[in-house]
Design a protein around this ligand. Structure first.
Ligand SMILES: *[C@@H]1O[C@H](CO)[C@@H](O)[C@H](O)[C@H]1NC(C)=O
Ligand SMILES: *[C@@H]1O[C@H](CO)[C@@H](O)[C@H](O)[C@H]1NC(C)=O
Ligand SMILES: *[C@@H]1O[C@H](CO)[C@@H](O)[C@H](O)[C@H]1NC(C)=O
Ligand SMILES: *[C@@H]1O[C@H](CO)[C@@H](O)[C@H](O)[C@H]1NC(C)=O
Ligand SMILES: *[C@@H]1O[C@H](CO)[C@@H](O)[C@H](O)[C@H]1NC(C)=O
Ligand SMILES: *[C@@H]1O[C@H](CO)[C@@H](O)[C@H](O)[C@H]1NC(C)=O
Ligand SMILES: *[C@@H]1O[C@H](CO)[C@@H](O)[C@H](O)[C@H]1NC(C)=O
Ligand SMILES: *[C@@H]1O[C@H](CO)[C@@H](O)[C@H](O)[C@H]1NC(C)=O
Length: 334
């Protein structure tokens, strides 16, 4: 008998992995809001059910069956639609169009997948200000799409870490990415639609996540929280910006074009200024042979190494060629 009790206790403890996080996604309450579930692979579903969770009870909202269609139960049919996605066959959406405060709470989508069994995601609807406002930034990471990105945080204080969680934060939504209970050395399997790799090992004051093959969709705020046995916690927030490789090329092309244009303008202005100066000097009748000689020497010094050592730089060559041919013209007149 005692042995059985012990077994039950063990079972209960095992169920307690990251238990206080009883949701996978938190969504900000709004009159029009959408709750999404994406099954991590494309499989054949027998059916997908939606529930609202009240303590240990589940209240049925509706069901989607690929062959038989959609059924939504009574009070809910007046304030929400149950949709399947046209873009992804493994995605279902609960779309409220007239939600009231009574709709705050926790929802569950339950996929029945043949032959794997069931898969459940819990979504919590909370009344809140923008989630991003409560996340002061620690650093900003910029990367290009298609690259792998690792975000790492090192805990400074010296208390024993019990749990590490990573979340992605958007103004209207928080997604749990990983939750690692260090005393168990195990991670909670996230219901986030992207695969996020992370380590969950005994001795860590440092935690990192690896996002493979990033796209612009991965941009946003990532929050890491270390929690101690005593309940103390320390959070870090990184902003990740993924820029499109193509945009980057266009940008450098734009910069290069701008530089050439600027050089061109500088050359024109220089020529114009020299021409004006010369005319003014001629009008004043001041002899400028001396100054011309030094200038001519300077030009020659400058030009010869370019033509001798870098004959390939056509653009630069053109620019300097303009200067001497123009300024040499009046030489015979002097
Ligand atoms: C982590 O696991 C330990 C041992 O199983 C458990 O006692 C503890 O409650 C868990 N911590 C959290 C935050 O879930
Ligand atoms: C919700 O959507 C309906 C129709 O789509 C629209 O009339 C209404 O203004 C929206 N409400 C809010 C708060 O955006
Ligand atoms: C969405 O559901 C309808 C039936 O309600 C079905 O005809 C359609 O093929 C489904 N679309 C996808 C992408 O599964
Ligand atoms: C929204 O719900 C309220 C009551 O909760 C109702 O009076 C109103 O007609 C509903 N609006 C729509 C567009 O269904
Ligand atoms: C990203 O990581 C994967 C797996 O570790 C590797 O196969 C791939 O080459 C990496 N991609 C880049 C751009 O580094
Ligand atoms: C996890 O740990 C292994 C070995 O220590 C390391 O090679 C790998 O890069 C780590 N992964 C992450 C995401 O930190
Ligand atoms: C990376 O993502 C892009 C776009 O989502 C996709 O076309 C490409 O095949 C992916 N590459 C790898 C190695 O997964
Ligand atoms: C983290 O600690 C702060 C106080 O430092 C507390 O207000 C907050 O509720 C804690 N958060 C969690 C998730 O334990």
């Amino acid at each position: 008998m005692d042995y059985l009790t012990f077994l039950l206790v063990i079972l209960h403890v095992h169920k307690a992995l990251c238990e206080e996080i009883f949701w996978d996604t938190a969504v900000k309450f709004a009159e029009n809001m959408t709750l999404e579930c994406v099954y991590p692979s494309v499989s054949s579903f027998t059916q997908i059910e939606w529930f609202k969770i009240h303590g240990v009870q589940k209240k049925f909202i509706g069901i989607f069956h690929p062959a038989h269609g959609v059924v939504v139960r009574e009070p809910y049919d007046k304030r929400l639609h149950l949709l399947n996605s046209t873009t992804a066959p493994n995605k279902v959406i609960l779309s409220f169009y007239n939600a009231s405060e009574a709709d705050v709470g926790t929802y569950s989508c339950l996929f029945n997948v043949f032959p794997r069994g069931s898969w459940e995601k819990k979504i919590r609807v909370v009344q809140s200000d923008s989630f991003e406002a409560a996340a002061p930034l620690n650093c900003h990471v910029v990367s290009e799409s298609g690259k792998n990105v690792t975000l790492t945080f090192q805990l400074q204080v010296d208390w024993p870490v019990q749990q590490v969680t990573w979340e992605k934060i958007q103004p209207h939504q928080i997604d749990l990415l990983t939750c690692c209970n260090l005393s168990q050395g195990r991670s909670y399997t996230s219901k986030y639609p992207r695969q996020i790799l992370s380590n969950c090992s005994q001795d860590i004051r440092r935690s990192s996540i690896l996002i493979l093959n990033t796209t612009a969709w991965d941009s946003g705020l990532y929050r890491c929280r270390f929690t101690a046995h005593s309940g103390e916690n320390e959070t870090f927030v990184a902003k990740l910006t993924i820029i499109d490789g193509k945009t980057d090329n266009q940008y450098s092309l734009f910069v290069a074009g701008g530089t050439v244009l600027l050089l061109f303008v500088v050359v024109i202005v220089t020529i114009f200024v020299i021409a004006c100066n010369r005319r003014r000097r001629r009008q004043k009748g001041i002899p400028f042979k001396e100054s011309w000689d030094t200038k001519s020497k300077a030009v020659n010094n400058y030009r010869s190494p370019i033509s001798a050592t870098q004959p390939m730089e056509d653009a630069r060559e053109d620019i300097y060629v303009n200067y001497p041919t123009f300024s040499r013209r009046p030489k015979p007149r002097v």
